[in-house]
Design a protein around this ligand. Structure first.
Ligand code: TPP
Ligand code: MG
Length: 822
């Protein structure tokens, strides 16, 4: 418990000098001849071969992009190709010691890393496993293509499998590793430990940390390497990822075998440029990227710069650093110095650097230098190197021919199956647990103080006579979420939850109170204030096969995790060709009372992005059922919780909140009150204001309103709403989100199209104003009120006899506001 970590003013106020220690730079000083005891001739030739395969692969792509042909065979590749010609030694050195259980992540310039890691995996796998992987992958489809006419051993076949699977992916063929849905910047192949590469530079900076967390928490073999460009050190996700990866708690607070650092290497592929900006001397201030380690923890992340132009220097560093990881001393930061001869992309004219500079680096080309050293050490003669070159050229030519052959390597057939990509957006799985096993917990569930306390609570808000139970006695919204979550913690051993103040505080809104007593640190912990990394690490954790609940304390902070929520969480299931599942339930609390930056409902931003499920429960019964369903699923779910509701009991579901397990299917709206004259469709907490409006409508105007609670935004079944409309002919939609561009507008539009014949008037949307949210004292002028619902009905749907309006919903006012953008 952090409480035990006493912060003594006497100690921390003492004067001292902070010594930062030292960071080695290019300290490897052996020649290849001196390393002959460490490597066999075969090993060294394989290093040479692997570098040559990458060089020719990238050269082929460069020629295709710049000349429209490769070795006389024309081909047009309109997509991207960010090449790493020049960086081969860094990639092969990085991958050489990695085993099949070690994972790499990368960025947009990752072809070399993919090939290097794949080649390393092929070398390490025995034939039976290798054959099994190839046969099992997409039903053996890729294998059946490359094995036709293959002469040679299984490893040679596997190398064809690797280059073909990668290239057909780059060329958007269905026979690619990710069915052509990932493409050049995202290709990956998890069976060889090659995890997603990311077109968002630095995107892997936090995702990879989550993968390392998964390995640690679930006691899995292997380490994780996050390949990151030098310029990406300026990216928030990288910094946040490093912050998350170096938290003291791993060594100070995690207990037993969990004590110790993450098995993770941040591998800076330091080619000294962004696209055109020079990192050292221009866009960054670190001079030597390894310096960054000094900011992160007291051991400088064991940072080191190594010469990435010498594969043996990189391998040497990996050997030493992997030992540290084995001793749980991670994470490690490696600054692997390299250079790309190729442009950022083939259209790049290299206007930002001089010819002399490129030539200077070409003159020390790592492949040529390594070849020379092989000869000098007597490992090879020129003839042998020439033969290796001829063989690798042949491999790439064969790969190229196969990948561009439309009959062998067709694209996904969206003519015959127009809905195919749609079918791949979600995995729609149902899994009690992500892995069998005994969950780590600290006490039997029944003994948990919160569970005991909840057992004595009233699970419906009202007594037999309709009187509300005292607030203290009611089983509340926050209890309902807690109940679903603790239940899953006691079932699924992979499940973890984290966010800001999640542990001893009990979550900012007391949802997790009691969980701290139940769970060891590694399953429930406080994250740094790094919303990007909170979501990003969860993505990495989920894609490796663990269930995870990250939490964003206020919806307004979603902006801080924008990339993770908009670009990463929703995309990897489909972009992987459905190889990956994403069992991540992101809890997002929607505030009120705290003004413009703590009270916004941004559900529409999330619902807009294809690939995320979005729910917004408004009652304890729904909160528990929807949380159970979200946790049973294998898709990413953003689960919105209104802070207005944490303290309410169940007021609608007469049976109260069941004690046992039940699910409410995502996507099904719920009729909360039946009525005849108008339908009120609500999202989130406006349910209660709609109920108030419905009471007023009845009391004052004799109108009966049917209230439907949307409960989910994505997916959403319109049928119950359309059925209601058939009866009422009128509909008003209400939520706390600012009205312009809100999800209500989307719903209103669909309802207009689908229910046009049943509508007496167009659907009317009542959202919050298109303003900043004012202080609590003025909030009622911003958020929809029950009276606004009546005003809008009166002015836009059906006149209410004798009604006095407080808000102006006339067409003229609508036009005026639109003209002013408010
Ligand atoms: C978030 C984001 N910003 C900008 C870009 C455009 N972009 C693509 S590559 C690149 C440079 C990246 O440099 P570095 O991280 O050093 O990797 P390198 O390209 O040198 O391998 C930029 C700015 C992007 N893809 N993603
Ligand atoms: Mg770079």
């Amino acid at each position: 418990m952090p409480k035990t970590q006493f912060i003594n003013p006497e100690d921390v106020r003492k004067p001292q000098i902070l010594e930062l220690g030292t960071i080695p730079v290019n300290s490897y000083d052996k020649t290849l001849s001196e390393e002959l005891l460490r490597y066999s001739g075969e090993d060294l030739l394989r290093i040479y071969r692997d570098m040559r395969i990458i060089r020719e692969f990238e050269t082929m792509l460069n020629l295709v992009k710049t000349t429209g042909e490769y070795r006389g065979i024309p081909y047009t590749h309109p997509g991207p190709a960010h090449l790493s010609i020049g960086q081969e030694a860094a990639a092969v050195g990085m991958a050489y010691r990695l085993d099949i259980d070690d994972y790499i992540f990368g960025s947009h310039r990752s072809h070399g890393e993919i090939l290097a890691k794949g080649l390393s995996a092929i070398q390490k796998l025995d034939d039976i496993r290798l054959q099994g992987i190839m046969e099992g992958f997409f039903g053996g489809r890729i294998l059946s293509i490359v094995e036709k006419g293959h002469k040679g051993d299984l490893k040679a076949l596997a190398i064809k499998f690797l280059t073909y699977g990668t290239l057909s992916e780059i060329f958007a063929r269905e026979s690619g590793f990710n069915k052509g849905l990932g493409g050049s910047m995202h290709a990956f192949f998890t069976p060889f430990g090659i995890y997603p590469n990311n077109a968002i530079v630095g995107g892997s900076g936090d995702i990879a940390v989550g993968a390392a967390l998964f390995k640690k928490v679930n006691r899995k073999k292997g380490i994780v390497v996050a390949n990151i460009g030098d310029a990406s050190l300026g990216c928030g996700p990288v910094w946040e990822g490093m912050t998350f990866a170096t938290m003291d708690q791993y060594t100070e607070l995690w207990e037993g075998d969990m004590k110790g650092g993450l098995p993770l290497i941040f591998n800076i592929m330091n080619n000294q440029y962004g696209m055109g900006g020079q990192t050292c001397g221009e866009t960054m201030g670190y001079t030597i990227a390894a310096r960054v380690g000094a900011a992160l923890n007291r051991v400088n992340m064991h940072a080191e710069r190594v010469d990435g132009y010498n594969p043996l220097a990189v391998i040497d560093a990996y050997e030493r650093k992997m030992r540290l990881l084995d001793e749980k001393q991670g994470p490690v930061l490696l600054d692997v110095l390299t250079y790309r001869f190729s442009g950022h992309s083939p259209s790049d004219s290299s206007s930002y650097r001089s010819k002399e500079e490129i030539e200077a680096w070409e003159s020390v080309d790592s492949i040529v230098s390594f070849g020379r050293e092989l000869i000098a050490a007597g490992v090879a003669e020129q003839l042998l190197l020439d033969r290796i070159r001829a063989e690798t050229d042949e491999l790439i030519l064969g790969t190229f021919r196969l990948s561009i052959d439309d009959r062998v390597s067709p694209r996904m057939d969206l003519v015959t199956h127009p809905g195919l990509i749609g079918e791949m957006m979600f995995s729609n799985g149902s899994a009690d647990v992500m892995e069998e096993g005994e969950p780590d917990v600290l006490m039997p569930l029944e003994e948990n103080p919160r569970v005991k306390q909840n057992a004595g609570k009233e699970r419906f808000a009202f007594d037999d006579r309709g009187k509300p139970h005292s607030s203290m006695k009611q089983f509340k919204f926050r209890d309902a979420i807690f109940e679903a979550i603790i239940d899953r913690f006691y079932r699924d051993p992979t499940m973890v939850a984290y966010g800001e103040e999640n542990r001893d505080w009990g979550g900012a809104f007391a949802v997790y109170r009691g969980l701290t007593e139940a769970l060891p640190y590694h399953r429930l912990f406080n994250a740094p204030i790094s919303e990007g990394a909170i979501v990003g690490t969860a993505i990495g954790y989920g894609m490796c096969g663990g269930r995870v609940i990250p939490e964003i304390m206020y919806c307004d902070f979603l902006g801080r995790s924008g990339d993770e929520v908009f670009n990463q969480l929703p995309k990897w299931q489909s972009m992987s060709g459905n190889l990956i599942r994403m069992p991540v339930v992101l809890r997002v609390s929607v505030g009120s009372k705290y003004g413009a930056q703590h009270s916004q409902d941004w559900s529409s931003l999330v619902a807009h992005i294809p690939g995320i499920k979005v729910v917004f429960p408004a009652t304890p019964y729904d909160a528990k059922g929807l949380m159970n369903a979200a946790l049973q699923g294998t898709d990413p779910v953003v689960y919105f919780e209104s802070q207005r509701l944490y303290g309410i009991g169940e007021e609608f579901h007469v049976g109260g909140v069941p004690e046992g397990y039940y699910e409410i299917p995502l996507g099904e709206p719920d009729i909360k009150r039946e009525g005849e004259d108008i339908t009120l469709l609500t999202i989130g907490a406006t349910l209660y204001r709609a109920r108030e409006a419905a009471d007023l409508l009845y009391e004052r105007y004799g109108m009966s309103a049917e209230i439907i609670d949307a409960r989910s935004l994505v997916p959403f079944n319109y049928e119950p709403v359309l059925k209601s409309l058939k009866k009422t002919g009128r509909i008003l939609l209400v939520s706390d989100a600012s009205e312009r561009g809100s999800f209500l507008k989307e719903m209103a539009h669909n309802i207009t199209e689908l229910g046009f014949d049943d509508l007496d008037a167009p659907p009317v949307v009542v959202g919050s104003r298109n303003w900043i949210i004012p202080a609590y004292e003025l909030e009622d002028y911003f958020f929809p009120q029950a009276s606004w619902i009546l005003d809008a009905i009166h002015q836009k749907i059906v006149p209410l006899k004798g009604h006095h309006v407080s808000q102006n919903f006339t067409a003229a006012e609508q036009l005026r506001r639109s003209r002013q953008g408010v």
